[in-house]
Design a protein around this ligand. Structure first.
Ligand SMILES: Cc1cc2nc3c(=O)[nH]c(=O)nc-3n(C[C@H](O)[C@H](O)[C@H](O)COP(=O)(O)OP(=O)(O)OC[C@H]3O[C@@H](n4cnc5c(N)ncnc54)[C@H](O)[C@@H]3O)c2cc1C
Length: 396
């Protein structure tokens, strides 16, 4: 009988996985024993990390997207559909266009969304770089500020031990901001304050979510004249007075509030009944090793929708996709999954506008920071401008 694999979400996780599965299951697909369908609510695929470059006028809209169809192997059926309802016992889902898709294996790859509205006043008075339009708005502000105070905040999910999107992004953008303002010739008139909340996954009162990296940050920031403050958990913003309040009782004025806002899973996942995450965040309970969703049959999850303690990053998807591809293939051919995810994430952090720092870690090892270099910057630029698309196609 034909085994129907349905993947929901045409971001980096879903796209990479669909291509890898098509390669692995090619003989079964040719025989008509397996079909792969990818559903996504957008015809376009965005290279999301580029949004942070948008904030510094380095990328524009047309450079950061490709038609999703062009990234997929021809064996994959691709339909632009927004999934609105999951029926896990019945093994089907429904879309906004009222279509029904039955599946034998389902992979949820719908990512996460910024939710600044979850903090009073943040939507009105804050800026962020986690989507295209907000990043353009931030670019406009950063390009015109002549003097004042840029206050940086980071909000974590309330689900214990779950990080915000792309752990290193607040550090990357703080260092890029410093370079950007120097290039504009206004750095001496603009104060930059990097803050971090009291609770950062398993750490407390630190500057980063992993200790070795957190410990080198004060030196890096001091060399650049960037101020920093621990234990500032953003709780409220007064848009008129332009003051950010913390849960710890502090109040800080700003001219620009550059925030890493709260995040949550997409609505259809939050309403699916499969998540027990607090605060309606919607993270799916994920088996650390197989990447199956606990309590559901033949359902896997990849990328930003997991409740794992690893970074919500493309560099996590890169290591999760082969595990899920192997496990679905093994379920079809052998009757049980056979591959294990070790929590590996890798990336090249952008440490200022030109320098890069390769990093990798897994469930048992933290990032061991190394000095940022121009060679690292070239590698990151190569990834941004080209290699990423090969990764999404499942070629690297
Ligand atoms: C500013 C920024 C900087 C970043 N920097 C880095 C970095 O340097 N390195 C790194 O590794 N990662 C980085 N990331 C994180 C990385 O982009 C994400 O972790 C990655 O995109 C997650 O992939 P995903 O497939 O889980 O979700 P996404 O890429 O978000 O894809 C989700 C897909 O699901 C679709 N979808 C959503 N809801 C539905 C629905 N109901 N029905 C159908 N389709 C739906 C969406 O249209 C989208 O195509 C960064 C992210 C941002 C925003």
């Amino acid at each position: 009988m034909n085994k129907r694999i349905v993947i929901v979400g045409g971001g980096v996780g879903g796209t990479m996985l669909a291509n890898q599965l098509a390669g692995k299951l090619y003989p079964e697909i040719l025989r008509g024993d397996v079909s792969i369908t990818l559903l996504s609510n957008s015809p376009d695929h965005f290279y999301k990390p580029a949004f942070m470059y948008v904030a510094f006028n380095q990328f524009f809209n047309e450079e950061i997207k490709r038609p999703e169809r062009s990234l997929l192997r021809p064996e994959i059926h691709f339909n632009v559909e927004e999934v609105t309802h999951f029926d896990f016992p019945g093994q089907y889902l429904k879309t906004r266009s009222a279509k029904r898709y039955d599946y034998d294996f389902l992979v949820i790859a719908t990512g996460c969304v910024p939710a600044p509205e979850r903090i009073e006043g943040l939507q009105e008075a804050g800026d962020h770089f986690y989507q295209y339009q907000p990043a353009r708005q931030l670019a406009q502000r950063l390009s015109t500020i002549e003097k004042g105070r840029i206050f940086i905040t980071v909000s974590f999910p309330q689900t214990p031990n779950v990080p915000h999107q792309c752990g290193i992004a607040p550090v990357e953008t703080t260092l890029m901001l410093d370079d950007f303002l120097r290039r504009r010739g206004v750095r001496d008139k603009v104060e930059i304050i990097y803050t971090y909340p009291t609770v950062a996954q398993l750490l407390r009162n630190c500057l980063f979510l992993q200790r070795p990296t957190g410990e080198i940050l004060p030196d890096i920031f001091e060399q650049k004249g960037i101020h920093f403050q621990r234990s500032f958990t953003l709780s409220k913003v007064d848009p008129d007075a332009k003051v950010a309040y913390s849960a710890e009782g502090d109040a800080q004025p700003f001219d620009i509030l550059m925030a890493t806002p709260p995040i949550c899973a997409v609505k259809a996942v939050r309403e699916s009944g499969a998540s027990q995450a607090p605060n309606d965040e919607g993270w799916l309970p994920t088996h650390h090793e197989t990447l199956q969703v606990y309590g559901l049959q033949h359902v896997y999850v990849i990328g930003d929708t997991v409740d794992l303690p690893v970074s919500k990053a493309g560099g996590a998807c890169h290591n999760q996709a082969p595990v899920i591809a192997n496990n679905i293939t093994a379920e079809i051919r052998l009757g049980a999954p056979n591959s294990v995810y070790d929590g590996r994430v890798q990336a090249v952090a952008q440490m200022g506008l030109n320098a890069g720092m390769p990093l990798w870690y897994d469930y048992s090892h933290d990032v061991q920071p190394t000095p940022p270099t121009k060679l690292g910057g070239l590698l990151r630029n190569g990834f941004n401008r080209g290699l990423y698309w090969a990764v999404a196609r499942g070629m690297l």
